[in-house]
Design a protein around this ligand. Structure first.
Ligand code: NDP
Ligand code: 2IT
Length: 449
């Protein structure tokens, strides 16, 4: 990188870190974008002096609020709720809600920032936001979750709306939680609108939304492999996580003939060398979605090895899909993945690879689809759910799935267009630049604000 560009990047990052002390995830997400965008702006005079990245790293607004509720034993509880509305330059704010014990403002800000570029890549008119609470749904009864969701929305409802901000799910927030929140919104406002996506099918949800993130991630992988004359058939595949994204990544990968050998949760991972087939996957869905149990039980049921406290990255594989959480692949994990002969990584989770891991993948020139491209299928079908809600009709499964496929194919092509470096495709650079252009053009057109 030329000296002036490097010093601009350093100056920009120093300022960002000074203004946002201690927010390491936010710094990391911004750096991964700025590293590609600052050189791009340097070469494209129309964006110079517009301060696009400076403006995009200062969210439009951040809402932080108390969520008071009563548990099953009559104890009063208080949690912290968030909504970071990052940018509505290209459409209403859009992005998930995460319920996780360790949630921080830094995590919310990194996710809202990433969402802005991801949503732009889908080609649909959606701005970027993220929200959630430091609420741990894991040890709560269904009624406690319901009361929490109702209290959460009793505050958040005044900041969202079908034309202003449309939340959805993320870690700890699935169809059950979205439905409780939608119910409470409808009750307070007396309006039945598409204010949330990922709703139950009986009240405005879209077919394929549940599957969309995982399916889209595999479609992205398929695109990358096809370009190299390869496919998923007979490939040995590592997946981390065992929640929504992991389950449907596994489902589509198995359908395409891949052999999925790992799944995990926050306590450890299972290794099934024979491969997780459709029947075993049905067991995982029941275990995780209905009984809300631990992945350890899979090892006990099928007599395979369980590795407590470990992640699956040292298991040899052809393809890897991190689908659990941020920074689950550190530098040494990435080295193990590359050294074991892995040819491609597609990120189902948001920012699962840390800065060193990212450098390892890019230096090794393996196929590497960053989260904003690889997991955009979820929010893309959320956008399609909004479209169906506005039209007051529902598309069938194949209509939604075909549209999802087209959107992912298009994201892949944009990455190739903007990420080509000789015969290597730097998908991270391609995704960052393609996502940036639409938002930047809108911001230039809309005037200074
Ligand atoms: P779920 O809550 O359904 O599943 C999360 C999975 O990740 C669980 O297996 C969970 O294990 C594991 N996990 C969570 N936190 C940690 C942690 N700190 N360390 C290790 N494992 C952890 O969430 P989703 O599947 O929806 O989300 C997974 C990832 O995909 C997230 O990064 C999310 O932002 C991203 N994503 C989700 C989309 C969606 O539509 N749902 C769309 C795009 C991206 P445990 O049960 O033990 O906590
Ligand atoms: O990270 C993500 O893209 C999501 N959690 C989905 C957001 C959405 O609005 O569907």
């Amino acid at each position: 990188m030329a000296k002036t560009v490097q010093s601009r990047l350093d100056r920009f990052m120093n300022g960002l870190i000074r203004r946002n002390p201690g927010e390491s995830e936010f710094h990391q997400a911004v750096y991964e974008v700025a590293d590609d965008i600052i050189p791009f702006v340097h070469q494209n005079p129309i964006y110079q002096g517009e301060m696009i990245l400076e403006r995009l790293t200062e969210p439009d607004r951040i809402i932080i609020f108390r969520v008071g509720w009563e548990d099953d034993h009559g104890n009063i509880r208080a949690n912290r709720g968030y909504r970071v509305q990052n940018s509505n330059a290209i459409g209403p704010y859009k992005g998930g809600l995460r319920f996780h014990r360790d949630l921080t403002l830094s995590v919310m800000k990194f996710l809202a920032f990433e969402q802005t570029f991801k949503n732009s890549l889908t080609g649909l008119p959606m701005g970027g936001a993220k929200g959630g609470a430091d609420f741990n749904p894991k040890d709560k009864s269904a009624r406690e979750v319901m009361r929490f969701c109702q209290s959460f929305i009793t505050e958040l409802y005044r900041h969202i709306g079908q034309f202003s901000d449309v939340p959805a799910g993320d870690i700890g927030v699935g169809a059950r939680e979205i439905s409780y929140m939608f119910g409470q919104y409808k009750r307070i406002t007396n309006e039945f609108t598409g204010v949330m996506t990922g709703k139950g099918l009986a009240f405005g949800g879209s077919l394929v939304r549940t599957e969309a993130t995982g399916y889209g991630c595999v479609y992205m992988m398929e695109n990358m492999l096809n370009r190299k004359g390869e496919g998923l058939k007979d490939k040995t595949i590592l997946i981390s996580g065992s929640g929504n994204v992991a389950q449907y990544t596994a489902e589509k990968a198995i359908e395409m003939g891949g052999k999925v050998v790992t799944l995990s949760d926050s306590a450890g991972f299972i290794h099934d060398p024979a491969g997780i087939d459709s029947e075993k996957l049905e067991y995982v869905k029941e275990l995780k979605n209905v009984r809300r149990g631990r992945i350890l039980e899979y090892a006990e049921k099928y007599g395979v090895e369980y590795f407590p406290g470990k992640r699956p990255w040292a298991v040899p594989c052809d393809l890897a899909f991190p689908c659990a959480t941020q920074n689950e692949i550190r530098g040494p994990d990435a080295e193990a993945i590359v050294q074991n002969g892995c040819m491609a990584v597609a990120e189902g989770a948001n920012m699962p690879t840390d800065k060193d891991g990212c450098t390892v993948f890019l230096d090794a020139r393996i196929l590497y689809a960053p989260s904003k491209a690889a997991n955009a299928g979820g929010v893309a079908v959320s956008g399609l759910e909004m479209a169906q809600n506005s039209m007051r009709l529902s598309w069938d499964r194949s209509e939604v799935d075909n549209r999802l496929r087209r959107i992912i194919d298009d994201i892949h092509d944009k990455c190739v267009e903007y990420g080509s470096e000789g015969d290597y495709i730097n998908y991270r650079k391609g995704a960052n630049i393609a996502g940036f252009i639409k938002v930047a053009d809108a911001m230039v057109g809309l005037g200074i604000m």
